[in-house]
Design a protein around this ligand. Structure first.
Ligand SMILES: [Zn+2]
Length: 239
């Protein structure tokens, strides 16, 4: 596999990871094709309206997603990104659309979880946050210890603003390389991130299972599984 780039420790490098990298660890994610996520329509389980209408069902859904995490581990793509952070430390920023926390388990520290985390929840009334592992799932709708408000998963739902957007914009304005992994560069937010990074002069690299439609904005594209391609690419980039 060919790449034109060599990274230096002082280079600012940003990666964006999406569902593809989690899927390679066996995580079942939302599929755009049939619009279903584990047999649920996405709007039934991933919107504030759904939560206010049927909090029990929404909790049951996320409880199952959370329990699934006990059975999955980071794959070689996650570990390759840990190597990247070891190489350029705080010059490396990892933005993820995934909510499974596998990057942190692989050892990455500087992770921006723009869509939240399945491993946390918070009180919808007083906003106090809790680790999911502290939650007693015997309760159909877990309650806050402080104010007895309904807890909700710390997941950015449809109609809600993704986390850390201002910080992400700043990072992209200053990055030298922007690497999109396991997500298509044509959909929001990757498309927007790509155009910001490109506008400010970054080189854009994508690794994905499908050919990009907007390949003009990419400087390099690698077709295939991140778990196979990324360890090899990172080895070439940093040595
Ligand atoms: Zn509370």
């Amino acid at each position: 596999m060919k790449t034109n780039y060599k990274f230096h420790k002082e280079d600012k490098i940003t990666a964006l990871t999406g569902a593809g990298i989690s899927a390679e660890s066996g995580i079942k994610t939302f599929r755009d094709r049939d619009g279903l996520w584990e047999n649920h329509r996405i709007e039934e389980v991933a919107s504030p309206v759904a939560f206010s209408k049927n909090p029990e069902m929404v909790w049951e859904f996320y409880k199952q997603r959370y329990l699934q995490l006990a059975k999955v581990s980071p794959n070689s793509a996650h570990f390759a990104l840990k190597k990247m952070e070891d190489f350029c430390s705080s010059n490396f920023n990892l933005i993820t659309q995934n909510v499974d926390g596998l990057h942190q388990i692989a050892g990455n520290i500087n992770v921006l979880e723009m869509h939240g985390s399945l491993r946390q929840c918070f009180c919808s009334k007083c906003l106090h946050s809790f680790e999911m592992k502290e939650i007693d799932f015997e309760q159909k709708i877990p309650k806050c210890d402080h104010c007895s408000g309904n807890l909700r998963p710390n997941i950015v739902w449809f109609g809600e603003m993704p986390y850390e957007m201002e910080k992400i914009d700043k990072i992209l304005e200053n990055t030298k390389y922007f690497i999109v992994i396991g997500t298509s560069g044509i959909v929001y937010p990757a498309a927007r991130f790509l155009s910001i990074a490109k506008y400010f002069g970054a080189k854009a690299i994508e690794i994905n299972l499908e050919y990009p439609i907007n390949s003009v904005v990419l400087d390099e594209f690698h077709l295939g599984k991140a778990g196979i391609l990324l360890p090899e690419l990172i080895e070439k980039w940093i040595t």
